[in-house]
Design a protein around this ligand. Structure first.
Ligand SMILES: [Zn+2]
Length: 90
């Protein structure tokens, strides 16, 4: 195997050929009926060329759960900062 493509480990952007995904943050808006919960500082892979942000499955699941919780608690609109809760198995 003579592969010399180890220039960078950064994944390529699926939206544009020139873009490279880099670690960054984005803002996610969850809408559920009349409730809107905005999450800022959500960790994501952000393209350095087109600016498209890709949120991982785990993170988006967690955002979704936190939004659900807030909505269940009666929140109609909220802007909050995402913070990942460490999953401690008890
Ligand atoms: Zn891109």
């Amino acid at each position: 195997m003579t592969s010399e493509k180890s220039e960078t480990d950064d994944p390529q952007c699926p939206m544009c050929p020139a873009g490279t995904l880099r670690e960054g943050t984005t803002t996610l808006t969850m809408e559920r009926g009349e409730a809107t919960i905005v999450f800022k500082d959500v960790p994501a892979d952000v393209c350095d060329t087109c600016g498209e942000a890709f949120v991982g499955e785990n993170v988006s699941e967690e955002v979704y759960e936190q939004a659900e919780e807030a909505i269940e608690a009666g929140v109609q609109f909220d802007v909050r900062r995402y913070n990942s809760r460490p999953k401690t198995a008890v």
